[in-house]
Design a binder for this molecule. Sequence first.
Ligand SMILES: [Mg+2]
Length: 260
Amino acid sequence: MKKVLSFDVDQTLNVAKTPIPDEIADLLIACLRAGLKVCPISGQKFDQFMIQIVDRLVERGAKPEDLEKLHLFVAQGTQYYRYDVKKEDWEQVYSYPLTDEQVEKITNAIETAAKELGFWEEDKLQEGDEIIENRLSQVTFSALGQKAGTEAKYAWDPDCKKREQIVKRAKELAPEFDYEIGGTTSINAITPGMNKVFGMTHLMEELKVEKEDILYFGDMTQPGGNDYPVVQMGVDTITVRNHEDTGYALRGVLGVINAL
Ligand SMILES: [Mg+2]
């Protein structure tokens, strides 16, 4: 029996970069109440975890004792937050940030690559938005910025071909980093090993569970995708196309638990 359900966020629990729908929030609460630990792991920042997941769970009735079983693996698990019931607040357990020099090198490599290839879409940005964002443990390229509409994002690179070219060139310019394709317009740059394997390894350590105790859900499980490292590690994985697929799978998991 699995003890931990771990989830990619973008396209696995939500429509990329939007709050999780009611159905997913209700199913996650049901999983928490069934005694499972729920561990989202994504390249996004802590405030996005709050907006997209935690606030939604609270709106759908999650109580502090539910949140206590929720573990947030932020920035691919290079930062970990858990809920402190006494303080009624989230506490950061650990963080492994990049150095300023690393951030600068990555930023230059991706910007140069995107510009050379004609994929630097600065003119399409909304006010105050940015293409490259320092997320402390990783640097993230979002072709159309953070605030672009979902439709525009889906249309930008549906077959990942633009991002594959940017990754290839950035890797030539700054080979000491790893570049992963995620979400709909994103590339995450990290130091080697600071991918979901890092997050998963720390998850097992912090939660005192084994690989066999975890069931992982992700939409980018193909080689080069940001969920692939988890597959390679040998964690049992369910590949989903979208949050609807995740919903079906969770209903199955809960059905089995209720039948036992
Ligand atoms: Mg995803």
